[in-house]
Design a protein around this ligand. Structure first.
Ligand code: PLP
Length: 355
């Protein structure tokens, strides 16, 4: 058995992949999910169920819309300011990594970004906590989990300005109070479904205030008014998301998976801290439960450890090219048994190499 610690795209439980593959061949009366009309009652019930599951699993309050869009989280980097930032106004951004930085870069087409704090000088190994959000900011944007660096925000600021969050890599992994946020977006590929599909949860009342003309495909209101079917939706991705969210519900929902994710992260970080060969790269209080980044005290042992891991059935442990070392991504679908297997592997390696 391979243990998949890869960062994606799209790490889902095997049973979801199996169900999805069956629907490609025969979803209904011998027709594929890919060929039935997206306006058919069968597909309408798929998108309705997917939307209901997002609302139920995240406890989305009334007054919010759930959208299934395309273009990935990267499209949201531009859609957010286009829909929320009036011409010439300023939005506050927290710079916690490459994704936050890419979001900041898109703002200039619509207004100005005010970077209220950054951990760039420390290679994004912590989440800045000491900053103020100017009251006249159009919104405040943050990234809840920094996939590349392995930091996660466990506290969100109390602010009067609309709170916008890129939750691409930890949505559905832990309980969040959606009512605190005005807009949440996520590329689906970590804990929801195939890459490309993008989930947006938006408080309806914040829209339509920029005075800007917005092209239809980039306008949240158009997508709300058309039930995420302004154009042909990514039917298969939405179907897979529905299957996977049903799997999550059957596991007891987000609160239950959060317990498992905490147990997985605690076990692996404890081993990193105990094992003299390894060390974590991030501030302890900001350590991500989804992406565990670590290096070796002796960098010369990194290649042999990766080789040893590969020979023993471990996938995707190499750190992102901008950080190096290792990254163990532990999305919802990764069983805790794989984490225990990785800990055993680290201990076996220690026996061979510790002085
Ligand atoms: N934001 C975060 C936190 C991510 O982890 C990623 C991709 O992994 C992105 C944004 C970009 O997502 P996409 O590739 O769907 O545009």
């Amino acid at each position: 058995m391979r243990h998949n610690f890869g960062a994606g795209p799209c790490i889902l439980p095997q049973e979801v992949f199996k169900q999805a593959s069956r629907a490609v061949v025969d979803f209904k009366d011998g027709l594929s999910i890919l060929e039935i009309s997206h306006r058919s009652p069968e597909f309408e019930s798929v998108i309705e169920e997917a939307s209901k599951l997002v609302k139920e699993l995240l406890n989305v309050p009334s007054g919010y819309s759930v959208l299934f869009l395309q273009g990935g989280a990267s499209m949201q980097f531009a859609m957010v300011p286009m829909n929320l930032l009036p011409e010439g106004k300023t939005a506050a951004y927290l710079e916690t990594g490459v994704w936050a930085n890419k979001a900041i870069k898109e703002v200039k087409y619509f207004g100005q970004a005010n970077v209220v704090a950054s951990s760039k000088d420390a290679n994004f190994t912590f989440i800045p906590k000491d900053y103020t959000i100017p009251a006249d900011s159009a919104y405040f944007h943050c990234t809840s989990n920094n996939t590349i660096y392995g930091t996660e925000m466990f506290d969100f600021p109390d602010t009067q300005v609309p709170l916008v969050c890129d939750m691409s890599s930890d949505i559905m992994s832990r309980v969040v109070d959606v009512s605190k946020f005005d807009l949440i977006y996520a590329g689906a590929q970590k804990n929801i479904g195939p890459a490309g599909l993008t989930i947006v949860i938006v408080k309806d009342e914040i829209l339509g205030k920029t005075g800007r003309a917005i092209p239809s495909m980039l306008d949240y209101k158009q997508h709300i008014d058309n039930g995420s079917m302004y154009n042909t939706p990514p039917v298969f991705s939405i179907y897979v998301a529905m299957l996977n969210l049903n799997w999550l519900k059957s596991k007891g929902g987000v609160a239950e998976i959060e317990k498992e994710n905490k147990a997985k992260a605690q076990a692996l970080y404890a081993e990193i801290d105990r094992n003299p060969l390894f060390k974590g790269t991030c501030a302890v209080e900001d350590r991500s439960r989804m992406n565990v980044c670590f290096v070796m005290e002796n960098p010369e042992l990194e290649k042999p450890f990766l080789k040893f891991a590969d020979e023993n059935g471990f996938e995707g442990l190499k750190g992102h090219r901008s950080v190096g070392g290792f990254r163990a991504s532990m999305y919802n679908a990764l069983p805790i048994t794989s984490v225990h297997a990785l800990i055993d592997l680290m201990q076996t390696f220690e026996e061979k190499h510790a002085k």
